[in-house]
Design a protein around this ligand. Structure first.
Ligand SMILES: [Cu+2]
Length: 150
């Protein structure tokens, strides 16, 4: 009897756990573009990058929420990460950064998204190697406006 109660309790929590489980989002490398370019997720969700034969993922140090661990993956490997901190993450495929291969992930609903984007534009002024992010950020802002997120 006692065992049965424990078992139902475990089953119950198993189900509850499932209902709040992480969502998974897939980004595919297509040519020298990530598809989709922008992903909007909740904290704790997982993002996977697939079809990465000649690509990698590197977060841009000055374009991620403060205190975030850097992501730098091996070339040619499909990868997957859980994002816990709210904020705007800009990443690139380093070998194809000249071709502007990169993307942006919005996690949660951080305060002042427009301010975050503006701060990232300021970083581009200080460091020319960040220039490929300019077009991405402009498109990202338009995307958020269209989706009613700004
Ligand atoms: Cu690439």
């Amino acid at each position: 009897m006692y065992k049965r109660i424990i078992l139902s309790f475990c089953l119950f929590w198993g189900l509850v756990g499932q209902s709040v489980a992480e969502e998974e989002y897939e980004i595919r490398a297509v040519g020298v573009k990530f598809d989709p370019l922008f992903v909007v997720i909740e904290p704790g969700d997982r993002v996977s990058w697939t079809n990465m034969p000649a690509h990698l993922i590197e977060t841009i140090d000055v374009m991620v929420p403060e205190g975030t661990d850097k992501i730098l993956t091996e070339m040619g490997v499909d990868v997957s990460f859980v994002f816990d901190n709210e904020g705007v993450y800009v990443y690139k495929c380093t070998p194809h950064w000249g071709a502007r291969m990169g993307g942006i992930i919005l996690v949660g609903n951080p305060d002042n998204i427009n301010g975050i984007i503006d701060a990232y534009f300021e970083e581009i002024k200080k460091d020319k190697s960040l220039l490929p992010a300019k077009g991405l950020l402009k498109k990202f802002r338009k995307h958020l406006e269209k989706e009613g997120l700004l």
